[in-house]
Design a protein around this ligand. Structure first.
Ligand code: ASP
Ligand code: MG
Length: 405
């Protein structure tokens, strides 16, 4: 017997037939003797529609009212799933955020969970009832409804699993696990049986959007074992766990790519102390997140500074730097949005040499030029021309021996 939190994403509860399918799965776990609490998302597309309505009425909508509106999607599915379960003889009841309560801070639209009062839900589970909790929402210090940011029901589920001291948090989605890379690009991508929290975080932050990043951070902090699996198949999923639960650590766990980046080069900046601060501090002040940075050595007293940032922030970054043209004294700005970032990720890198070398060699073998390189303890990333994205990901997948046999 185990205590489980089962979370179902929007595609898993997209219509009544799928809700019945979810109910059957929950009933199965209950019949096996598990104590189960469920977290649901809104029906696929429902939240987008609700967000759209707010924006249509006013682009400058009141965030508190936005939360009142967008939180309703999950209330619908929580109630429907409770009905579907009752219909097949399972004792179930719905809970929305304020009833539990799931206490959050007051940042409407992107609130963070402070505390979940778990005692009553535990008591009910022990008495054989299945709590169905509306994901994505909580209640703020002002006692108004809050939401956790898009994709937030993953975070609701992990936080609930921590509060209920669950043995595992099963996240049912439309993919059946975490793969070594995007299976749409690489037919030989392999499903991972295990992945570490850290690897999952790195993969999520570079574009493998299986779980909301915050949910993985929280799982790592609270040591919640998370399983990613499909509600449409019975195949085992991928377990996201602590590093020491994985016996044979591969050097590279996965390869991710992102086409969301742009590259900006500040040419011929005077090479003297304080100039990097003069470029990057104003960008930070403008709330612009910079990712990779390179600066080369200069011969003639000037240097080029290249960095990457999210494509959507490129116009703002340009504007900030153009306004500083005279005070910094650079020659010109050059932007390129036609780039992709490719990253290889693996905690095994800590103990294996040669990961970066293998990457560079594989890319060179395909004639792919590397524009920027950055590394962390468990990740090597390169920036390349966007048209080579798929070629690069495939070449690397083979080079690290990840192809399915
Ligand atoms: N329904 C919310 C969204 O679409 C939360 C979630 O599904 O995780 O963002
Ligand atoms: Mg999601």
């Amino acid at each position: 017997m185990a205590r489980l939190v089962m979370k179902f994403g929007g595609t898993s509860v997209a219509d009544l037939e799928r809700i019945r399918n979810v109910a059957a799965r929950v009933a199965q776990a209950v019949a096996a003797g598990d104590e189960v609490a469920v977290v649901v998302s809104a029906m696929a597309g429902a939240t987008n529609q609700l967000v759209g309505w707010c924006q249509e009425l006013s682009p400058l909508y009141d965030a508190r009212e936005y939360d009142t509106v967008v939180a309703t999607g999950e209330q619908v599915t929580a109630g429907l799933l409770a009905i579907a379960l009752q219909t097949i003889g399972v004792d179930a009841r719905s809970w929305v955020g304020w009833q539990i309560p799931i206490a959050t801070d007051g940042q409407h639209g992107k609130a963070r969970i402070d505390h979940i009062e778990g005692a009553e839900l535990i008591r009910r589970m022990q008495a054989g009832q299945v709590p169905i909790v509306a994901g994505f929402q909580g209640v703020g210090p002002d006692r108004r409804i809050t939401t956790l940011g898009r994709g937030g029901s993953d975070t609701s589920a992990v936080a609930l699993a921590a509060a209920l001291q669950a043995d595992r948090c099963d996240i049912y989605t439309d993919v059946d696990g975490v793969y070594t890379t995007d299976p749409r690009i690489v037919a030989k991508a392999r499903k991972l049986s295990h992945i570490t929290y850290e690897e999952m975080l790195e993969l999520a932050s570079v574009g493998a959007k299986v779980l909301q990043t915050r949910s993985v951070e929280l799982a790592m902090k609270e040591r919640v074992r998370v399983q990613v699996l499909s509600s449409f198949s019975d195949a085992p999923g991928t377990l996201v766990v602590d590093e020491d639960e994985i016996m044979e650590q591969e050097m590279v766990a996965g390869i991710a790519y992102s086409r969301d980046e742009a590259k900006l080069t500040v040419r011929r900046v005077p090479d003297r102390p304080g100039v990097a601060a003069a470029v990057f501090f104003p960008l930070a002040e403008a709330g612009i997140n910079v990712d990779m940075i390179v600066q080369n050595v200069s011969e003639d007293g000037t240097t080029d500074m290249t960095f990457t940032l999210n494509k959507t922030e490129l116009p703002r970054a340009r504007a900030v730097l153009e306004s500083l043209h005279d005070s910094i004294g650079y020659a010109e700005l050059a932007a390129d949005s036609n780039v992709a970032k490719i990253s290889v990720v693996g905690v095994g890198m800590r103990s294996h040499a040669g990961v970066a070398g293998t990457m560079f060699k594989a890319l060179a073998g395909r004639g792919i030029n590397i524009q920027v390189i950055s590394t962390s303890e468990i990740k090597v990333s390169v920036l390349i021309a966007a048209e080579y994205t798929e070629l690069a990901v495939r070449a690397l997948h083979t080079a690290y021996g990840l192809d399915v046999a």
